[in-house]
Design a protein. Structure first.
Lengths: 798, 289
């Protein structure tokens, strides 16, 4: 088990192993020398643009492309009819649904793909879109998930034979309903709250796109694409398009942010491939910002009726959640097959009680395909928000301090590994310790005093707590797959004769710093300086198979693989060293970077000397291969469970409803920290995201299904002006089943922080009788909440 | 990448050159100042001029000076220059307060006061400031120059009285010794358009308000001002009660629409609340002057 410890420093000043070091990839990024999909320019390359539907629901009578085809520079215009002929008009989603590549019968959301223009330049392609004449008959729209099941609601998915309603799935449940009902029946206090987690968007800095190059001679397809999961995409293209998988190379070069937005396969990727086949030239498709916001992977859209039962002393007895899930027009959710509501069932949270039950009903609406990840940890974001919000509602009902209520109910260290009432097995944790660190850092008792003094003067500050338990590193193959692909990841390591190494990963960074972190993992195991280890990723021809980066799975899964492959090399090195030192392998002992003879520390070989010997003429024992390479596939035994306690302090101006986030303390326990600086960066980003979602980010729709968040003027991302100086703390409780004890941290802050901000705002305005208001807590919404009339945020403001 | 429709570009070298080009090119041309409204609209293809005439090379359109009892600001003066102007701040701190909450530093480096006035966005902060101060616009055309009071400058949202072949050259604001001024704005996020804004000046003399101006943006007040509220205050003592009555009157002169920034009741409330807050500070400043 490894916590952060003092390690030696390399010649370049980097830690040999774990510790702070500047990211290796930053050299090219800060110089503007990254290589993104839009930087890929091939000889003879054409450009594609997509015509999108202005309507949320409309029948397509006809599409006239003749004028577009006459525009000089236009090479081809592809419609749904053309794709039908190729059997490509529809494609499977990652959740066993189908999605139109180009609409044939009708359009089902505003922004849906209708036609694809291929032209000599991006400008010409865009100009040509205006020359395509589509004759639509607008149809009644379902924009409000709550009306999707009304009798007489228009049927959105009439492409499915026999479909007579808008149900994606009727009921998915977890936990024991009878046990939970019994716990509620025996409770002193029951609190129920309708809680909406509205639609938000990942909004990566780089939008989605691809360059497809189908070589007409060799039949090989090379696809440069914005993907978080290059190997999974390769297999899906092979299955969908019938292309031979050995002739598909998916390259995900530098990726400018993913957050789940780049997990699904979008029609545009498929269209660039089709375009390249049709035109026999490479085709680039790069969506613009509005296209990204209006048509690609949204998240959330969960209407959660949440109830909590407790004794009058505040001992929690049970929690129930009844969810209405809005999946948009096509169920494009990316999550393991057996988990149609993702890992939402972890909603029982960080507390010790025996009874929990949830049921989820999912519906289609005339909205872009929703529910795809987005730093949501397979919907643990929604789960944490529901439990942390309802715990605060209970505290208010009991007139009990929310910190005290949490401390009274947190799981205790001796309960780990802890089997939750919905079937999860939390690996390790010292929750009370972490919470007390956070309370001490923020000065909780003094803040409560200040709050009381301020209230007496008519000033409103609030303190909000969120204690979250994450579950990351999907996942064990026997339980978890996506489209039948098990969620294990490979890793290859080659140590060259001079002792420099290359490690090949199946996961793909989108800014997480893999080129540094994974070099540090190998460095930690082998003692090779991190600057001597090159991390290779994002190219299916040059890396082993694996399911990619999302759900904070890189460190828990691939990080384990990297450690194990390095250990395999270390074991091989031991045999080589023994041959070189003319002793038995068992006589050798390891110290960082070197095998030496037990009891004779002067006699030894460094890993670099061993690497040369392994490639040289040294005679090796019978059955031992030369060189110093190894491969592994890591199938995680279980998820890892990072957790943390976040405390937010806000000031609210009741006259305007404006919220100022004054302070934010985040104490994370993600087990072993490989590079604490990278961990802190990840947490900073997630906290900013949390402030954004809590206070401003939103994709709402009006009754006609118009997307009201289709540009950065409408979809607000937080700036430095809205973010306080983050105050970070840590505790370290390593995962007992991970080779280096690391738990993954990518989404912790996004998962944990929104509830802290919302709880703080509600705490501030509680004297006005407010118990809840839905995100985002814009000034208008806060003011309205104070008036007793909070805004319904998923629909247009009226 | 957003791709605008095809467009021609011409760089004007003087006011006369700009006017003659715009006149010759006619209605399908647009002058471009900082470009922070026009260019995004072109990229979204909401605007598609055939030619843009760039005014950035015309030095005589920049600068801030005092002329007689007026402050004169060249139309191509950037937000950043308005923000940092000691002359404007000395007479009307409202300029600095408003500029502090306009967009972000990057936009303020290129965006101009004239571009902002001519865009006439309903949420335009400087339009509210200009109307509050009862400034005038100086407009040049081939027939010569004309001046138009800013309270007659707008023909509706995004529409001004400027005709094809004319450009705005200057903005003029009367100097009022002893005036106090203040600007209040609620926005959802730094850099967003206001949900509602209010900017005021008052001159308090001999215990009464002798002159005042109230401007509001983002709530569809006619010409961004509240004349009935001003009339209520003029000649009255600056008591909290009188300020409150004027603020409520201002809210009645607002005609807000519901949108994602907020519902009507909230925006109307803000019109009153922000006007009251601005009046309090302006009165305190005038009394301290």
């Amino acid at each position: 088990m490894t916590a952060v410890e003092e390690v030696p420093t390399s010649a370049a000043g980097n830690p040999i192993g774990f510790g702070r070091m500047v990211r290796k990839e930053d050299v090219r990024f800060v110089r503007g020398e990254g290589n993104y999909v839009d930087d890929v320019n091939l000889p003879g390359m054409l450009h594609g643009a997509i015509l999108r539907s202005p309507f949320a629901h409309a029948k397509i009578n006809s599409i006239d492309t003749s004028a577009a085809l006459e525009l000089p520079g236009v090479v081809a215009v592809v419609t749904g009819k053309d794709l039908e002929g190729l059997g490509l008009a529809w494609m499977p989603t990652l959740s066993y649904d189908t999605q139109a590549v180009l609409a044939t019968d009708k359009v089902r959301f505003q922004g849906q793909e209708v036609a694809f223009v291929i032209a000599e330049s991006r400008y010409i392609a865009r100009d040509a879109l205006e020359l395509i004449d589509v004759d639509y008959d607008p149809l009644p729209v379902v924009a409000d998930a709550k009306k999707a099941l009304d009798p007489g609601a228009p049927i959105i998915r009439d492409d499915k034979e026999g479909k007579t309603d808008n149900i994606v799935y009727e009921k998915w449940e977890a936990g024991d309903e009878a046990v939970t009902d019994a716990a509620f029946a025996g409770a002193d206090v029951v609190v129920t709250q309708e809680i909406l987690y509205p639609r938000v968007h990942p909004s990566p800095m780089e939008t989605c796109g691809s360059v497809a190059h189908m070589d007409p001679v060799t039949g090989k397809l090379i696809l440069w694409t914005t993907t978080q999961a290059p190997h999974a995409h390769r297999t899906v293209y092979a299955l969908v398009a019938g292309l031979p998988e050995h002739k598909i190379q998916v390259i995900s070069p530098d990726v400018g942010g993913g957050f789940g937005n780049k997990v699904p396969i979008y029609p545009g990727y498929v269209l660039s491939i089709v375009g390249s086949i049709v035109a026999k030239r490479p085709v680039k498709w790069m969506e613009d910002r509005s296209e990204n916001l209006m048509s690609t992977g949204f998240a959330r859209d969960y209407h959660m009726t949440t109830s909590i039962a407790s004794t009058k002393e505040g001992k929690i007895l049970g929690v129930k959640v009844d969810v209405l899930a809005d999946h948009g027009a096509f169920n494009g959710v990316a999550q393991p097959t057996n988990y149609p509501a993702g890992f939402f069932s972890i909603f029982s949270g960080s507390y010790d009680y025996p009874a929990a039950y949830c049921k989820v009903k999912a519906v289609y609406t005339n909205k872009a395909p929703g529910g795809v990840a987005y730093a949501c940890s397979f919907r643990i974001t929604e789960a944490v928000y529901a439990i942390e919000r309802i715990v605060d509602c209970l505290a208010q009902e009991l007139k009990m301090d929310p910190a005290e209520l949490r401390l009274k109910n947190l799981l205790r260290p001796e309960q780990f590994p802890y089997k939750s009432p919905t079937g999860w097995e939390y690996d390790s944790g010292e929750y009370e310790k972490t919470m007390k660190v956070a309370m001490e850092m923020v000065g909780y008792d003094e803040l409560r005093k200040e709050q009381a003094e301020k209230r007496a003067k008519g000033e409103y500050m609030g303190i909000g707590i969120s204690f979250f338990t994450e579950g990351v590193g999907a996942g064990p193959r026997k339980h978890m797959d996506i489209l039948g692909l098990g969620m294990a990841d490979g890793c290859d390591l080659r140590v060259h004769p001079t002792g420099k190494a290359q490690v090949r990963l199946s996961v793909q960074t989108q800014g997480q710093g893999h080129e540094t972190t994974f070099a540090q993992i190998v460095s930690h195991e082998l003692g090779i300086p991190p600057e001597d280890i090159e991390v290779i990723h994002g190219d299916t021809d040059n890396t082993p198979f694996g399911l990619g980066t999302y759900g904070s799975r890189s460190t828990p899964v691939s990080g384990a693989a990297a450690a194990l492959v390095a250990r395999k090399v270390r074991d091989r090195a031991r045999i080589v060293a023994a041959a070189a030192l003319e002793c038995a392998p068992d006589d050798l002992e390891w110290e960082l970077g070197r095998w030496f003879v037990k009891g004779d520390p002067e006699r030894g070989k460094t890993i670099q000397e061993i690497a040369m010997a392994a490639h040289g003429s040294l005679e090796l024992p019978e059955g031992v291969e030369g060189h110093l390479d190894a491969q592994v596939v890591y199938n995680p035994p279980d998820l890892t469970y990072p957790y943390g306690c976040y405390i937010c302090v806000v000031d609210v101006d009741p006259g305007t409803g404006q919220v100022k986030v004054r302070r934010f303390v985040a104490v994370d326990d993600c087990g072993t920290r490989i590079n604490p600086m990278i961990v802190e960066g990840q947490v900073h980003g997630g906290l900013a995201d949390g402030v954004g979602m809590a206070l401003m980010e939103l994709i709402a729709f009006d009754e006609d299904g118009n997307n009201l968040g289709g540009s950065f003027m409408d979809y607000l991302l937080p700036t430095s002006m809205e973010c306080p100086d983050w105050e970070l703390g840590e505790t370290v409780t390593p995962s007992p089943h991970h080779p280096i004890g690391a738990k993954g941290v990518g989404e912790s802050a996004t998962v944990g922080s929104p509830a802290a901000v919302v709880n703080a705002v509600i705490d501030a305005i509680a004297p006005f009788g407010v118990r809840h208001a839905d995100m985002p807590l814009t000034p208008a919404n806060v003011w309205r909440a104070i008036q007793g009339n909070p805004i319904r945020t998923d629909m247009a403001v009226e | 990448m957003q791709t605008p429709a095809p467009v021609e570009y011409a760089k004007a070298t003087s006011i006369a050159d700009a006017i003659s080009r715009l006149e010759a090119l006619g209605e399908d041309s647009r002058p471009v100042a900082g470009g922070y409204s026009l260019i995004p609209m072109m990229k979204l293809r909401l605007a598609r001029p055939e030619t843009v005439v760039d005014l950035n090379g015309i030095a005589e359109l920049r600068g801030i000076r005092v002329e007689g009892n007026e402050l004169v600001v060249g139309a191509m003066t950037t937000h950043a220059d308005v923000l940092s102007s000691a002359i404007l701040f000395e007479h009307y701190p409202i300029f600095r307060e408003a500029e502090h909450v306009i967009a972000d530093p990057i936009v303020r480096m290129r965006g101009t006061i004239g571009g902002s006035m001519c865009q006439a966005d309903p949420a335009s902060d400087l339009s509210a400031v200009g109307s509050a101060l009862r400034g005038t616009a100086v407009i040049a055309g081939s027939a010569g120059t004309r001046t138009v009071p800013l309270r007659e400058f707008h023909d509706g949202p995004y529409e001004t009285v400027i005709q094809t072949g004319e450009i705005l050259t200057e903005l003029r604001y009367p100097i009022r010794p002893g005036a106090g001024s203040a600007y209040e704005k609620v926005e959802r996020r730094a850099g967003d358009w206001g949900v509602c804004t209010s900017g005021v000046f008052v001159v308090v003399s001999g215990g009464v308000i002798t002159e005042c101006g109230i401007g509001m943006a983002a709530v569809n007040a006619d010409h961004y001002c509240a004349p009935e509220a001003e009339a209520l205050l003029t000649g009255k003592a600056p008591t909290e009660e009188n300020l409150k009555a004027a603020a409520d009157a201002a809210a009645n002169e607002a005609n807000p629409n519901a949108d994602q920034r907020g519902p009507v009741d909230y925006k109307r409330h803000l019109a009153s609340e922000l006007t009251l807050r601005a009046l309090r500070r302006a009165v305190a400043a005038s009394q301290g002057a």
